[in-house]
Ligand binder design. Structure first.
Ligand code: ATP
Ligand code: MG
Length: 567
């Protein structure tokens, strides 16, 4: 059960709404009103051991958002205390991702490693005040003597060694005299504490590894619990917002603040992490997907990483909107992926330029259209945004339509093309199918049509109506492209729930189409655009202007509406 008694609202679960009010913002507001703090300082503290995912976006939006709303500031702090797993590549990618979401840390880019000297001095202070000791037990022995939830732990035989002796050993640990794991520094708290985190936690360990920033300068590194809270205190963070798994660490967080001469007293407040259906939000698992080649990299467009979503064509505004809509609370939940999809669709519907592209082309020849002629037709860039203007698309005797837009023997409700039927070509003419061309196997390989020159622009002067409007691309002017269609990376709603998450990978998460036909304006990059009637798409870095590759960002179909109806 989650303890919410520490919060100032009676029921945090209902305290959130879509306007950016939630139990954490309530606490912040109260602290400002009571004069506890003159200003708000928060921080986003990633460990540079992987790329950020959309779960981190929730934390970023909360930390940067709550600070901005109250005229405060938010720091970006790298929690770089584990040199074995951390890399400069991640440090750079994380900064790019936070900026992409639209947030700015100003002058406040910090690193826990900036505080190594201070943290080390405080570790000595703990030893000198009898609150820490060097333990020489092995990692296994320490684990075994820690006890369980129902049984207290047992004291280390080194627990009561004199402070001088610990100090000497700690200095020799720092000087590099010992192997990794030979000794550790432990806080001396209480081996029978109900909270296992208080049973003499390890606070410094020996790691002989090169650090991305401090190089070989150190071979002892502080553990998370010591480094994190004290970094908060050094930076005068007022509200240290973290996810619920740190709730049991809060007493330890507070113990350090009580027992060290820190310059400020930050408060840790926990909120529930974001989970989304059909994906995984854990760096360890995402790392595994990359390392074992289940995806093409951290920025594979199927990944829930910010770099993956960016490459997929998701606008950052839609991700921020999503974070606002899910709100902040304290209870475990799994958010439907369809809600994120809906945010992306809503934004793109308003902002994406419309273009025409044919993914599975079927060639059509207009018998009565002049040979060798090209007309430029006006096409609306975005019906939702007049300011987006119009563009010209070339039309000629031969063009492509989608294979799916033709049926040789169509049922009554099929309002697209069939033998003898008339349809509108978007922005162009009415055409009537006169002939079906087939190969030896009986497959339809092309169509012949006639057009009505009086319907230029898409309306018949005689008032005659057609039910279907098709998109098309002029054959002579088409840009040929590869198009990648994506589906959920996992078939299961909660991957790994019943076993190994890798067993839930969707074998059909990627479909590659080649020979797709795009209108010529798509040779230039226009960000994420709508291919009319098909969905939203964006150019991928794997392509070039000669041979473009497009990612499908999102289909047009709104499954979220269905999910809501069901709920
Ligand atoms: P992961 O579990 O993916 O490895 P992490 O918590 O180890 O994530 P950090 O780099 O330590 O990754 O996270 C930086 C901040 O982002 C932390 O404050 C953490 O609580 C927060 N965060 C991480 N994952 C989520 C999530 N799914 N939802 C909300 N906040 C998250
Ligand atoms: Mg972490």
């Amino acid at each position: 059960m989650t303890d919410v008694s520490d919060t100032t609202t009676d029921n945090p679960e209902t305290a959130e709404d879509k306007t950016g009010s939630d139990f954490i913002r309530d606490i912040i507001r109260d602290d400002l009103a009571s004069g506890k703090h003159a200003g708000v300082v928060t921080r986003f503290p990633p460990e540079p051991n992987g790329y950020l995912h959309i779960g981190h976006a929730k934390s970023i939006c909360l930390n940067f958002g709550a600070a901005a709303e109250t005229g405060g500031r938010c720091h970006l702090r790298f929690d770089d205390t584990n040199p074995a797993k951390e890399e400069q590549e991640y440090i750079e990618a994380i900064q790019a991702d936070v900026r992409w979401l639209g947030f700015d840390w100003g002058d406040h880019l910090h690193y826990a490693s900036d505080y190594f000297d201070q943290l080390y001095a405080w570790a000595e202070h703990l030893i000198e005040t009898g609150k820490a000791y060097v333990d020489e037990q092995s990692a296994d022995e320490i684990r075994e003597s820690r006890g369980t939830l129902t049984e207290p732990g047992t004291n280390s035989p080194y627990r009561d060694r004199p402070a001088d002796e610990s100090l000497d050993l700690f200095r020799r640990m720092k000087a590099g005299e010992f192997e990794d794991g030979a000794k550790v520094l432990r806080a001396k708290i209480d081996m029978s504490a109900g909270n296992i985190n208080l049973r003499d936690p390890v606070i410094y360990r020996i790691v002989h590894a090169s650090h991305p920033r401090t190089g070989e300068a150190w071979c002892v590194y502080p553990m998370y619990d010591l480094a994190h809270g004290q970094s908060d205190a050094i930076e005068e963070i007022t509200h240290s917002l973290c996810t619920l798994e740190f709730e049991d660490h809060r007493p330890l967080y507070e113990w350090f603040i009580e027992n060290l001469p820190v310059p400020s007293r930050p408060r840790q407040i926990e909120f529930a992490r974001l989970n989304i259906t059909h994906t995984v939000l854990s760096k360890r698992r995402l790392m595994q997907l990359v390392a074992e080649d289940h995806v093409a990299g951290w920025d594979d467009p199927r990944m829930p990483t910010l770099s993956g979503l960016r490459r997929r064509g998701y606008p950052p505004e839609a991700i921020v909107d999503f974070c606002k809509r899910i709100g902040i609370n304290k209870s475990y939940s799994v958010v439907e992926m369809a809600l994120l999809d809906a945010c992306v669709r809503e934004y793109l519907n308003k902002h994406a330029l419309r273009r025409m592209a044919v993914l599975k082309p079927l060639k059509v020849v207009i018998e009565n259209y002049p040979e060798g002629e090209t007309e430029m037709l006006d096409a609306v860039n975005n019906p939702e945004d007049e300011g987006a203007g119009t563009r010209q698309v070339p039309f000629s005797k031969e063009f492509y339509i989608e294979q799916d837009d033709f049926m040789e023997d169509p049922p009554k409700k099929f309002f697209r093309l069939g033998p003898g039927r008339e349809v509108r070509l978007r922005y162009a003419y009415f055409v009537t199918c006169t002939d079906v061309i087939k190969d030896d196997a009986g497959n339809v390989t092309g169509l012949r049509c006639t057009y009505d020159p009086a319907t230029r622009g898409g309306n018949a002067p005689d008032g005659r109506k057609v039910k279907g409007t098709l998109h098309w691309v002029s054959a002579a002017h088409a840009v040929e492209a590869e198009v990648r269609l994506y589906d959920h990376l996992f078939t299961a709603e909660e991957p790994g729930k019943g076993g190994d998450f890798l067993d839930d990978i969707n074998p059909e998460s990627l479909e590659v189409l080649s020979g797709c036909k795009l209108e010529p304006t798509l040779a230039e990059d226009h960000g994420t655009v709508q291919f009319e009637r098909l969905g939203y798409f964006c150019a991928d870095k794997d392509g070039s202007s000669d041979a473009p590759v497009f990612n499908r960002t999102m289909t047009l179909r709104d499954t979220w509406a269905k999910v809501q109806k069901k709920g």
